[in-house]
Design a protein around this ligand. Structure first.
Ligand SMILES: CCCCC/C=C/CC(=O)SCCNC(=O)CCNC(=O)[C@H](O)C(C)(C)COP(=O)(O)OP(=O)(O)OC[C@H]1O[C@@H](n2cnc3c(N)ncnc32)[C@H](O)[C@@H]1OP(=O)(O)O
Length: 364
């Protein structure tokens, strides 16, 4: 049996706990906190302990890590624990507990957990304490993971989030480290990065599925228009508050959303920042199907594993036939959106919104 099946069994979980004890290298405090939090969530469920006092540093850090997992289901926590342990112990991958060749973890990612198994490459956003906000490093790592997934022997590729959020979108601290060329250079660099990032989704050759485990904000929502299927927990919400942030749509949503959900519904989301429930997003065609949170992981992964058994060439070729007419158009839309955003990022409206969030004066 695979040590890290997509739905980890109790036995996988116990094996992973034992492996932690065998780690040759100290994984560091941050990882240890993550392991602690996932262990607690998997065994006891959401944190309902009283918050330790501010000077009780160690217990407060543990409490914060556990609490950050929100209402993540026990089953998902168990899976994430197993994934995390696997990513820490590549030397154990070849141990006798693993069927050779069935289970591969990609190491070398700071902000993601990338696993490949049963014909599925899973790219999991892994900054749960920051609600999986996408910082510069994560943009680069997602591109790297997608490029690797497009060439590996997996059949389908899945993006999902660790913790209670799918992703809170662009990390607003991305706007803070100003290079010597000043804010203009920063805006230009961000526009170049964004264009390349979105381009990877436009060009991705295999079926690309989003498993939206919780709320999604900003770019993590707009990109969904470039996926081939989107499965959502009924806990997920979909929010693109661009006007509130003094920004404008990206991820090709200015083109895909009006097509998917009608121009008026797209306007409500992209211009007026209306937040959709998973049910609403499904009714409007952005989400393929919604599942109760309690059975979400089980039902979705069962379905994905069945998809991954289909003939790979047929899947690729069908995707190509469906998408190829649009590709050139999508690249043009992407370029234009990035250009417009570059100007928006230099506006007072955007600067004020970012400063207000970073100085804790505002939240969505
Ligand atoms: C290369 C550049 C490309 C740019 C592409 C542009 C994309 C556009 C977008 O994506 S727009 C969307 C941007 N996102 C937001 O505006 C979300 C901001 N976050 C919030 O409003 C809230 O954090 C929340 C509603 C998502 C969650 O609120 P909650 O109260 O549940 O949790 P906290 O606020 O305490 O969050 C926990 C910690 O996470 C940090 N954090 C969350 N989201 C972001 C984010 N997007 N950017 C930066 N930091 C974020 C938050 O600050 C907390 O950190 P702390 O524990 O250190 O205080």
């Amino acid at each position: 049996m695979n040590r890290t099946a997509m739905r980890a069994s109790q036995k996988d979980f116990e094996n992973s706990m034992n492996q932690v004890k065998l780690l040759k290298k100290d994984p560091g405090n941050e990882v240890k906190l993550k392991l602690y939090a996932l262990y607690k969530q998997a065994t006891e469920g959401p944190c309902n302990m009283p918050k330790p006092g501010v000077f009780d540093l160690i217990n407060k850090a543990k409490w914060d890590a556990w609490n950050a997992l929100g209402s993540l289901p026990k089953e998902a926590a168990r899976q994430n624990y197993v994934d995390l342990v696997s990513s820490l112990s590549p030397s154990l991958e070849s141990s006798s507990q693993v069927e050779p060749g069935t289970d591969r973890k990609s190491t070398g990612f700071e902000t993601l957990v990338v696993t490949s198994e049963d014909g599925i490459t899973k790219i999991m956003f892994n900054r749960p304490k920051k609600k999986n906000a996408i910082n510069t490093e994560m943009y680069h790592e997602i591109m790297r993971a997608l490029k690797a997934a497009s060439k590996d022997d997996s059949i389908i590729t899945v993006l999902t989030g660790n913790g209670d959020y799918y992703s809170s979108g662009n990390d607003l601290t991305n706007f803070t480290d100003i290079p010597p060329g000043g804010v203009e250079e920063k805006a230009k660099n961000n526009a170049v990065l964004l264009r390349e990032f979105v381009g990877c989704f436009i060009d991705f050759p295999k079926p690309l599925i989003a498993v939206v485990n919780g709320p999604a904000v900003g770019i993590s929502v707009t990109l969904l228009g470039l996926f081939d299927a989107v499965y959502a927990s009924d806990r997920a919400t979909f929010h693109t508050p661009f006007s509130h942030l003094g920004q404008s749509p990206e991820g090709c949503s200015s083109y895909t959303f009006p097509k998917i959900m009608s121009p008026a519904k797209a306007t409500e989301m992209l211009i007026f920042g209306k937040k959709l429930t998973a049910g609403e997003a499904c009714a409007q065609g952005l989400v393929t199907e919604v599942f109760p949170d309690s059975t979400f992981q089980k039902e979705v992964w069962t379905r994905l594993k069945a998809f991954a058994k289909l003939p790979p060439n047929a899947l690729r070729i069908s995707k190509e036939v469906i998408r190829k007419r649009e590709r050139e158009k999508l690249h043009a839309v992407n370029a234009e959106e990035c250009n417009v955003l570059q100007g928006r990022w230099l506006s007072d409206e955007c600067t004020n919104a970012v400063v207000n969030f970073l100085s804790r004066k505002s939240k969505l």
